[in-house]
Structures are given as structure tokens and as C-alpha cells.
Design a binder for this molecule. Structure first.
Ligand SMILES: [Zn+2]
Length: 334
């Protein structure tokens, strides 16, 4: 259990902390600003103003919904890998490729030594943190996923590229911690895709997190957890943020076979569906998890980032998450 670690870091959270994976949909005014910027109709400053306005919008929404650990919503990002590739040295933008599901992105090319020269997300974290009294998660894409979703030209193999990235991403983690971030999420959605490379993802995560004073979360999605469980428990993080509802909570069955040992951010609404789950459905998912996992270990959130939903759908899904978590919280006091 990592409640003690959170307390050491000065963070008190209620039972079933309500959070979200990271991304929220961009409001219409920001979509327009991004298009105008791409067409050179507005300057970068005007785009950033719209990004800040959208960040404020989502911070307020999360507060209204009763979220306990907030995110900045990633209003300034296009793609989660391309964003870091654009902001680290050693990358060039590649052509548009199709990845998992219906995700299209410019697959970056590693053409030189990867290098972190200055903070990437820190200003956004500080801005979001200044808007609320609640903790705000620092949000980074992990080295394994950045490597896996890039073409590698400069390094001789995947391992050396991944470990080089890990050393640089650690610098961003340290920069966040220096500014006061105490909960940091290192997204590794690609970690479940090639089970034979799980040891590499683990080695890289050690480089990123070892010895640093923060509560670390990693988000893994795209299903196939059965391929990497229980080995994935070796990842040096405190909390796994897992897509659970999309797989009909099949992961819980694995936990009965081999005990789960960390905190979990339990994905309880499907982000791929327009359908907004009724609160009793979400509550039932939580109750199922509670039969297997201790209540102190469970955080509650959607399966994945909500950026592909509409603003209204994202709010409605967060509402279902929050209502169910609060109901269970009340219930557990009785
Ligand atoms: Zn995800």
C-alpha cells in the first residue's frame, strides 16, 4: 500500500481518489485556434492564450466534478509521443502513420543523440497547479513508448534508444519535482504490446524514477495485460492506471491467480464508446474490484485519456466516475 508514501509526501487523499488518465477533449475555441495557427492566421502567443484558457476550463470542470487529483488536460499537446519528440533534441518529424486503433500521428524519427535541454511540461504543470488547491499530476510519456512509437536511425538497437531516452526523461521528472510536483504519471501504453521487451521497459523505468521523491503512476493500455502479468509488477511505480472496463474487468481474474501488490487507478468507463455508462454500472464495476483488491489501494478514473470524446461526453463520463466513487466512499463509512 502506498498511502504511507503519499502521506510522507504531504498528500492526504480520501478513499477512492477520483482522477483521470490525462487528456481531455479540446474545446471548440482551441480547435479553431490550432487550425488558425497551422494556417498562419494567428501567432504562437494567441494559440498559447487559447491553450491556457482551455486548461483553466478543465481545471474548473474537474473541481466541480469533485476530482481529487487533477490533470492539466494536455491542451497543448497533439500526440503524446510526437509532443515529446518535438521538445527533445535528436528527433525529426516523420510521415503520417496509423497506429493502434484509429490513431494517426507523425511517427518521429530519432536521427541524433536524444537530449533534454530544458523543461518541457513544467510551465504547464505550474500553470495548472496555480489554478487549484488540489494536487495536479505531472504527466510524461515514458521512454519505452517514445522509443516504440518512433523510427530509430541513430541508435544501433531499440534497447540503447530506450535507455538513452530514459536518462533524458528523468531530467524532466527532476525538474517537475523541483517545482513541487509530488504525483507524477509516466505513461507507457506500449508496454503491454511486446511481452519479451517488458524487462527493457522495467529497466528504463528504474532509470526514470529510482531514488526520486514522488508517487509514481504508470498508465498502460491497449489490452493484453495477461501477457505481461505478473511481470509488470516489477515496474518501479506505486500505482498502475489500467484500462479495465473495456476488457470486461477480465484483469481482476488474473489478480485472483497472482496477487496484485500496488495501488491501482481503476478504469471504470470505456473511452472508446459514445455511450455514457450509468452510475450503477460504474459502481458495480468498482464493487467487483473491491471483492479482490483492498479499498485503500483503489483510485477511480476512466479507462484512458478522454481526448477522443466530445467535451460533453467527457464531462458526462467523468460525472459517472465521480458519482460512483463518492457513493462507495459514503458506503464504506457506514
Ligand atoms: Zn490509454
Amino acid at each position: 500500500m502506498s498511502r504511507a508514501k503519499l502521506q510522507q509526501l504531504g498528500i492526504e487523499l480520501p478513499l477512492f481518489p477520483i482522477t483521470s488518465v490525462g487528456s481531455f477533449p479540446k474545446p471548440d475555441f482551441l480547435l479553431k485556434a490550432r487550425a488558425d495557427f497551422a494556417n498562419q492566421k494567428i501567432r504562437r502567443g494567441a494559440l498559447e492564450k487559447a491553450e491556457r484558457q482551455a486548461t483553466l476550463f478543465w481545471i474548473r470542470k474537474q473541481e466541480e466534478l469533485g476530482a481529487d487529483v487533477l490533470v492539466d488536460g494536455e491542451m497543448y499537446r497533439g500526440d503524446m509521443v510526437a509532443y515529446f519528440a518535438e521538445n527533445l533534441e535528436g528527433f525529426e518529424e516523420g510521415g503520417l502513420v496509423r497506429s493502434y486503433g484509429n490513431r494517426y500521428y507523425h511517427k518521429p524519427i530519432i536521427t541524433g543523440e536524444v537530449r533534454w535541454d530544458e523543461p518541457i511540461t513544467v510551465e504547464w504543470w505550474k500553470y495548472a497547479r496555480g489554478l487549484t488547491s488540489k494536487p495536479v499530476k505531472g504527466m510524461l510519456t515514458g521512454p519505452y513508448t517514445v522509443m516504440d512509437w518512433s523510427f530509430i536511425e541513430y541508435y544501433p538497437d531499440r534497447r540503447s534508444a530506450c535507455l538513452a531516452l530514459a536518462k533524458e526523461i528523468r531530467k524532466e521528472v527532476k525538474a517537475l519535482i523541483e517545482e513541487g510536483a509530488r504525483i507524477i504519471q509516466i505513461d507507457e501504453p506500449a508496454a503491454s504490446v511486446r511481452p519479451e521487451e517488458l524487462p527493457l521497459a522495467i529497466e528504463a523505468m528504474h532509470i526514470v524514477t529510482d531514488g526520486l521523491p514522488a508517487y509514481f503512476i504508470t498508465h498502460i493500455c491497449y489490452g493484453a495485460f495477461e501477457n505481461i502479468y505478473p511481470g509488470m509488477l516489477e515496474l518501479p511505480v506505486d500505482n498502475f492506471d489500467l484500462e479495465m472496463s473495456n476488457s470486461g474487468l477480465g484483469m481482476l481474474e488474473l489478480f485472483t491467480q497472482y496477487p496484485y501488490t500496488k495501488d491501482i487507478s481503476l478504469g471504470v468507463v470505456d473511452v472508446h464508446s459514445h455511450l455514457v455508462e450509468e452510475e450503477p454500472v460504474v459502481e458495480q464495476r468498482l464493487r467487483q474490484a473491491l471483492q479482490i483488491l483492498p479499498k485503500e489501494a483503489i483510485w477511480v478514473d476512466p479507462d484512458c485519456g478522454l481526448k477522443t470524446r466530445t467535451v460533453e461526453e467527457a464531462i458526462a463520463k467523468m460525472q459517472s466516475v465521480a458519482t460512483a466513487a463518492k457513493a462507495l466512499r459514503e458506503n464504506s463509512k457506514k
